[in-house]
Design a protein around this ligand. Structure first.
Ligand SMILES: [Zn+2]
Length: 290
């Protein structure tokens, strides 16, 4: 008799455990993607749109800007600790990757820029801002999709469907840009990240500074910039949204050229369409140039 009561009690307990929600399990059953910074976040968000058991988190906050010269924080490492995959742009932007691999030797890192041709700044340095070329951004999407399907095969069809939809919108965007930028425009640029945008937007650019911060531009470089604008009769000076405008203002004052601010998509809203929306905004600005 005692035995029967015990069996019944055990069965009831097992039943209760099965019925009770287990928050720990719920959490762990999601495939977690962590991205290094905003451009990668826009891709991961689009690829995982509508997939319930996938979550995406951006390591750096959405407004941090480019990760060139970035130092990891403890909260960054905490986010990566629970990630199934970590997506990076590569090409030297995430110089802290070594530290991550050192800390989490099992981490799966997806390199978005694998096998993508990049512009060279000089012998030593590659221009890593490839997401600003729509064609190269599409290649990044494809690279990431293939790797996600490998690590999360259950959702491979979902990733494929989302990638196809997103890429088709991006191709429409590229056509729209091509149609509206038939006339080449000459510009002086104060940001290396503009180089890829310039190709898509039919801009002929001379780039003065190769770094995100250009407060400390030498008098010599500034004089060169002014001379270049005057000699080539340039009407447009481009700066990136994230860079200071003091040097551009000096050149504009000396030459009468106008300053235009383009967005390198280093930050933005938490929204799957944000890359396309920002590019359309850039297109309007380029159309308004002389
Ligand atoms: Zn950068």
């Amino acid at each position: 008799m005692k035995k029967i009561i015990l069996v019944v009690l055990v069965l009831m307990l097992v039943g209760l455990l099965l019925v009770l929600p287990n928050p720990q399990k719920e959490e762990n059953s999601k495939f977690k993607i962590v991205t290094s910074f905003y451009p990668m976040y826009t891709i991961a968000k689009s690829l995982s749109a509508g997939i319930e058991n996938v979550e995406v988190e951006n390591m750096a906050s959405n407004n941090i800007g480019c990760l060139h010269d970035y130092t990891l924080t403890t909260s960054d490492l905490k986010k990566i600790e629970t990630a199934n995959v970590f997506i990076v742009n590569g090409l030297g932007i995430e110089n802290f990757s070594d530290k991550i691999i050192e800390t989490y030797s099992n981490i799966k890192i997806i390199q978005a820029s694998e096998n993508i041709n990049n512009l060279i700044i000089d012998d030593e340095e590659k221009n890593a801002h490839v997401w600003l070329s729509i064609d190269k951004y599409i290649k990044q999407i494809e690279n990431i999709r293939v790797e996600l399907a490998k690590y999360n095969p259950d959702n491979s069809e979902n990733y494929k469907k989302n990638a196809e939809e997103y890429i088709s919108k991006l191709k429409d965007l590229k056509d729209e840009i091509n149609n509206k930028t038939k006339k080449q425009k000459n510009c002086l640029s104060f940001s290396e990240s503009i180089a890829y945008l310039a190709e898509d937007f039919n801009l002929e650019i001379e780039t003065i500074e190769t770094d995100h911060e250009q407060n400390g531009l030498s008098a010599e470089m500034l004089a060169y910039a002014i001379e270049y604008v005057k000699e080539n009769n340039i009407k447009n000076i481009i700066i990136d949204k994230k860079t200071a405008d003091n040097n551009a203002k000096t050149v504009a004052n000396e030459t009468g050229a106008k300053i235009y601010v383009l967005d390198s998509i280093l930050s933005g809203p938490d929204d799957e369409q944000s890359y396309i929306n920002i590019m359309k905004q850039n297109l309007k600005i380029v159309e308004s140039m002389e």
